[in-house]
Design a protein. Structure first.
Lengths: 262, 773
């Protein structure tokens, strides 16, 4: 809750508090395996990044793992190797999707098998976005507010994740404003604002990933667990067997380009 | 049948043959007419025979006909010796007087006789404090606070720096039943926890039960804090008050009709925000940061046997920042009570009690505004009887029924982006029926045994949801008004025994089971008024605590020193925690986000107290653990509860230098709270996120501080007395960690540093108190 930061502020000035940097002895002796796996159905590409956790206080370095053996299979079909393509990155191109299939990735590292499933959901298609100019208010800057729109499929349990690209940067967040589920909006026409004001002349590229429920849950847990005031700090529920960190998302996407015209 | 009745009477020790009569009445303070609780009426001629007054000052003692010398005494009062010839039932009302200040110092040794109640009484682990006991103890900002003094006794721990919330024997802060004149208080603190809602000017006494909880209390798992308000002086008018740094207090009391009825009105308001008014910054100028309390009470004796009381508490906090942000919360309670002495052996107390806690906050102004509000409200009917069967048995029995209304949250908004949202109200009827006997068997053994039946009917109107093992909703059912959705109930045995080894030492053993149907959910690590109270439902299970405790008590040197040693083991069932990523705020399906586990707490508590003389005080030490185990958390492995403080030491020393000056000091040390810190970090979609290894696997730094205080009593006049209290909190400026957070190092991107926030270092304060008699 954002209100806490306001409380803290008030308390700070009212109650003579002080802050200082301290040494906290954290136990970082056992790095954990992290597997970020994506199967992008539209592009027929499997991308897996394997690394190890780093020390909490030190500069983050990816600690890539290059000696993992990775395979993918569709439903209960045959395994296909996902080969190492760059430091810590494994990639398999031209892996053709089957609509509604469940994919399994298995990562073998130092004699331990880590596996995870992910179901491919139907692709949510963007409908034309709209935008409207709003004056500055308590909650927002002045500018153009984009509403993105798409039609949810009834009875499917769709979830989505939105990625925005503008000014040459790709914003790939997992917070509450960039992911959604249709738990309360099943089968509806979805119209949601982007939490950001744009100016005339801006070009914004939107990517709507159709993810499954489990990936959505993973992102929401990750986002709530990184909040500093949470009473229940912890890792998201393990996606991988044998408790590797990370996730596996098999998804498809649709895109839309919005150019703001005055 | 007949033999059962005979057996029952034999068990109760009733002697049907001897001619006996009952002497009964009340014991009051002769100065102001206040009822005296737990005053003793001792029969000089018979060993280990006597009676004790109940919460309303009533006692009853049945003795074989004869002539006796009764000694009536209460701590802090001159005792009285009264000769009575008992041939038939007799009413005897007694008034006791506080010795004058001059006499106090000289006569300490004389009043010492029979001050070994701590050894002989059957209940264990009760701490009773009166505002007088804490008068000189230094506290933060000089705000006398009975709850903070209780935190200095073994087994009771502050919820955090300067915090009026507390944990008893490893239980959660919501496991304490906090009552003011029988009305439950749902959020007993002001200013986000720094002050308790109890204005000590309006308080008569506070009793805290840690184990062997009497059967008359129910509804919380860990402890009972029973706060009684003063009745008001029924002899003459008086005005008293105090000026402090944070707040000022004013109390007016007096007779309605002399010796028949009295009233008291006591108010307190903080004025932190007045300092802000002086600020040049417009926003700070418009910032509100205050709380107030108002305690009201009136009582009237309709007949010799009937007395009615009306009491109320109203408290409110307001925290608002310019026009942008407002946050208000508070409690309101009311108690209408009727005491009746039905006959010389039977006393009845009937009460109708109201309690409400609500909070609201709003953000924005005028046409762009949204607000959230929530509340919990109780209507409570309570009937208690005290039956003084004979000199060896006193029974208590009765019932109560509480109708709860929960309003978990409502969002109102003038901004179109926010939908109106209301989480449906919930309703429940909670009730208890109990019976308890306090029995003496011979000179060396006494036993208090009782049973309580607690029931909780979660009912409509409302929708009950069902969830699968992953917290995903599977079904929902609508219920009509008052239609039962789920009924929970328990039988709760309560036993405590005292083995009186000699006048100087005793051993006590207690077992109690307590159930709890209301639970407070908190989604942050700091306590907040927005913590949500939820009922037990078809999904939320009631908490159950089973506790066994053993104690050894010894007094030394004519009861000047008292040693208390207790060990306990408590098992907690159906403890509540949160599923990963659970959302507690304005969530209709909040129950799907909860997981249940068990807990155990155990410990050793030692207190060594000097009770009399110029130099008084105590040393208390607690060695304890508080552990939890949830299948869904920490891989099923047992982990430390946040309040798992292993060592806890408090030293309180008070020294009456002279009639004019009293000095005091506290020293506190405890093991830092258990916390969850990350053990590493990794990247997801280009964002760096923390990696956690175990729940509460780390510790905050150990906490310690020293406080000093001095009270100067100015020359007392017949109609006026006043004093000045000066104190320094945290004298050696220990920077105790309030929070530790992690943030990216600005100078060195990619690196993370730990930042500790400390709140109070060397806080001097000064308070002026006066009393116009």
């Amino acid at each position: 809750m954002k209100t806490y930061s306001i409380f803290s502020l008030l308390l700070v000035f009212a109650l003579l508090s002080c802050e200082k940097e301290i040494d906290v002895d954290l136990n970082d002796s056992n790095p954990k395996l992290v597997i970020e796996a994506n199967y992008v159905a539209n592009d027929s590409i499997v991308m897996v990044k394997v690394s190890k956790t780093g020390s909490y206080f030190d500069n983050y370095t990816t600690n890539p793992v290059n000696d993992a053996v990775i395979t993918i299979r569709e439903n209960n079909g045959t395994e296909t190797i996902v080969p190492l393509s760059a430091d810590g990155y494994y990639e398999l191109a031209n892996y053709i999707p089957t609509s509604g299939a469940t994919y399994t990735i298995k990562v073998t590292h130092e004699g331990v098998d880590y596996s995870a499933d992910s179901k491919l959901m139907p692709t949510l298609q963007f409908l034309p976005s709209t935008y409207v100019y709003q004056e500055e208010s308590l909650f927002s800057d002045a500018g153009y507010w984009i509403t993105y729109r798409f039609q949810d499929y009834s009875g499917v349990g769709n979830c989505y994740k939105l990625i925005t690209t503008y000014g040459g940067e790709r914003y790939d967040k997992f917070g509450e404003f960039s992911t959604g589920s249709d738990a309360y909006t099943d089968g509806n026409l979805i119209e949601r604002p982007l939490i950001e004001a744009f100016q005339a002349g801006d070009t914004i590229l939107l990517e709507l990933q159709s993810i499954n429920q489990r990936v959505y849950d993973y992102y929401s847990q990750l986002s709530s667990n990184t909040s500093s005031f949470t009473a229940a700090a912890g890792n998201p529920d393990y996606f991988w067997s044998n408790n590797a960190l990370g996730y596996f998302s098999a998804y498809s996407y649709s895109t839309e380009e919005v150019i703001i015209v005055e | 049948m007949k033999q059962y009745i005979t057996l029952l009477f034999t068990l109760l020790g009733l002697n049907l043959l001897a001619q006996s009569s009952t002497i009964s009445g009340t014991v009051k303070d002769g100065e102001n007419g206040e009822d005296l609780f737990e005053a003793l009426i001792i029969v000089k001629e018979l060993s280990n025979t006597g009676a004790k007054t109940n919460a309303y000052g009533f006692y009853s003692l049945t003795l074989p006909n004869g002539t006796y010398t009764l000694i009536v005494r209460a701590p802090g009062y001159d005792h009285k010796e009264i000769e009575v010839e008992l041939t038939s039932n007799k009413r005897m009302d007694v008034e006791l007087f506080v010795p004058s200040a001059v006499k106090e110092i000289q006569e300490v040794e004389i009043t010492a006789t029979k001050e070994n109640d701590n050894i002989t009484k059957s209940g264990m682990a009760v701490t009773t404090l009166t505002p007088k006991d804490i008068e000189t103890i230094p506290v933060i900002f000089g705000e006398k606070d009975i709850v903070k003094t209780l935190q200095l006794t073994p087994g009771v721990k502050a919820a955090g720096e300067g915090n009026a919330g507390f944990y008893v024997r490893g239980g959660g802060a919501d496991q304490n039943l906090v009552l003011i004149d029988e009305a439950p208080v749902y959020n007993a603190s002001h200013l986000l926890g720094f002050f308790s809602v109890f204005n000590s000017d309006a308080i008569k006494d506070v009793s805290l039960y840690k184990s062997g909880i009497p059967a008359e209390y129910g509804g919380r798992a860990s402890s009972v804090m029973d706060v009684k308000m003063k009745e008001g002086n029924n002899k003459k008018f008086g005005v008293s008050g105090g000026l402090g740094l944070i707040s000022s207090r004013l109390t007016v009391e007096g007779p309605i009709v002399k010796d028949k009825g009295s009233f008291i009105v006591s108010g307190r308001r903080s004025y932190l925000d007045l300092f802000l008014k002086a600020s040049k910054d417009q926003d700070l100028k418009n910032t509100k940061l205050y709380f107030y309390d108002l305690n009201l009470k009136a009582n009237y004796k309709i007949t010799d046997r009937d007395r009615i009381f009306l009491s109320g508490y109203f408290g409110r906090d307001n925290l608002s920042f310019s026009d942008i942000f407002g946050f208000r919360w508070g409690n309101a309670t009311g108690t209408l009570r009727w005491n009746r002495i039905i006959n010389e052996k039977l006393f009845s107390n009937t009460s109708v009690i109201f309690s409400n806690f609500n909070y609201s906050f709003d953000i924005g102004a005028d046409d762009e505004k949204f607000g959230v509000s929530a509340s919990i409200q109780d209507w409570n009917v309570k009937q208690d009887f005290n039956y003084y069967a004979n000199r060896n048995n006193s029974l208590k029995f009765g019932f109560n029924a509480i109708y709860h209304t929960f309003k978990p949250g409502e969002l109102n908004s003038t901004v179109s982006a926010f939908n109106q949202l209301k989480v449906a109200d919930q309703y429940a009827l909670e009730f208890g029926v109990y019976a308890q006997n306090d029995q003496k068997i011979g000179d060396w053994f006494s036993i208090m045994y009782g049973i309580r039946y607690s029931g909780f009917n979660y009912m409509g109107k409302g929708t009950a949801y069902e969830y699968d093992e992953n917290g995903v909703k599977t079904n929902e059912t609508a219920y009509k008004d008052f239609e039962s959705i789920k009924y929970h109930h328990f039988l709760e045995p309560r036993v405590s025994m005292s083995f009186i080894l000699s006048e100087k030492n005793s051993i006590k053993l207690a077992y109690n089971r307590n159930s709890q149907f209301l639970h407070q959910l908190s989604n942050s690590t700091t306590s907040s008024p927005t913590d949500i109270w939820v009922p037990s439902t078809n999904n939320v299970k009631p908490q159950i605590a089973d506790q066994i405790a053993l104690g050894y008590y010894r007094n030394f040197v004519d009861n000047t020193y008292a040693l208390t040693t207790e060990i306990y083991y408590k098992h907690l069932s159906n403890q509540i925690d949160y599923r990963n990523g659970a959302n507690l705020f304005l969530n209709e399906e909040i129950e799907g986000g909860l997981v249940y586990g068990k807990g155990r707490t155990y410990g050793l508590e030692i207190q060594f107290e000097k009770r009399k003389g110029k130099f008084t005080g105590w040393i208390s030490y607690t060695l304890a653990r508080s552990l939890r185990q949830f299948d869904a958390i920490n891989g099923g492995k047992e982990f430390s509860a946040r309040q798992d403080r292993i060592h806890d030491i408090a030293i309180v020393a008070m020294y009456r230098v002279s009639k004019k000056i009293a000095l005091s000091s506290n020293f506190i040390y405890y093991t830092g709270d258990a916390v969850t810190f990350p053990s590493g970090k990794y990247e997801v979609n280009g964002t760096i996120v923390p990696y956690y290894t175990e729940r509460n696997g780390y510790r905050m730094p150990n906490y310690h501080r020293l406080d000093l205080g001095m009270t100067v009593y100015f020359k007392e006049r017949p109609k006026f007395e006043h004093n000045l209290n000066i104190s320094i909190y945290n004298v050696y400026a220990r920077e105790n960690a309030y929070t530790i957070r992690f943030e990216e190092d600005q100078d060195n991107p990619g690196k993370t540093k730990a930042i500790q926030t400390s709140l109070f270092r060397i806080v001097p304060s000064i308070t002026y108190n006066f009393n116009i008699k």
